[in-house]
Design a protein around this ligand. Sequence first.
Ligand SMILES: Nc1ncnc2c1ncn2[C@@H]1O[C@H](COP(=O)(O)OP(=O)(O)O)[C@@H](O)[C@H]1O
Ligand SMILES: [Mg+2]
Length: 247
Amino acid sequence: MTFAYGQEAVLDGVSVAVEPGEFVALVGPNGSGKSTLLRCLLGLLAPTAGAVRLFGVPPQSLGQRWRLGYVPQRPALARDLPATVEEVVAAGRLARTGWRRRFRAEDREEVEHAMSSVALLDLRRRRVSELSGGQQQRAFIAKALAGRPDLLVLDEPVAGIDAESQRRFRDSLTHLVEEHRSAVLLVSHELGAVAEDLDRVVVLRRGSVYFDGPPAELAATGVSLGVHRDDLPLWLEGLVAPGDVRH
Ligand SMILES: Nc1ncnc2c1ncn2[C@@H]1O[C@H](COP(=O)(O)OP(=O)(O)O)[C@@H](O)[C@H]1O
Ligand SMILES: [Mg+2]
């Protein structure tokens, strides 16, 4: 597919597939089109050319929305949201069970598990609007996890989250992939902790797919994942010359 906001294509002839149960990381310099690609995948933007299929259908036609979980790069700050952490996470579960059905023990367990996996159990009765940005972000991650989606799409979910919460969150991601065979598409600068669990890494560069394959193959090209300096991942050094990164 190809996508342009204006005259110039941001994504130019990009082809990417995520199979059921696959854990895929999407990486690339700032401005390389990662968030745009996710928004096209979710049906929030329509490609200028080409097509997107989500579970075999155009994103707009997807009936069972719970099959898709999405944590956007910067969720709207929940300043006016009167709900508690637990209610927000339970809403993620309700998307799957249906609003009219009674919550079962199993649903409660999923909600507990999701809150625990981002270390939010202590804050469960607090209003989301009273939490810090990082804590709110964790609440929205837990909401997405609680629905046990078939595909979970996360756009830089750990930015601004402390190390302990990041570790727990990664454990719950790998659990989701291994136990529930969910597919995960993760955009993140910090892949060090999950590098071993990834099935594939897709590297976007200037609107095109620069690399698509197992992390070991990427490492063999001299590009390393996860370690970074000054917020610019070190792996970029094998990929781009200084001043070559478009913002
Ligand atoms: N809403 C928008 N309108 C116009 N240009 C945009 C918009 N969002 C992103 N862009 C531009 O598209 C390019 C890709 O952006 P983005 O998909 O956010 O990249 P990434 O997520 O990899 O940092 C950038 O040049 C960015 O400035
Ligand atoms: Mg982005």
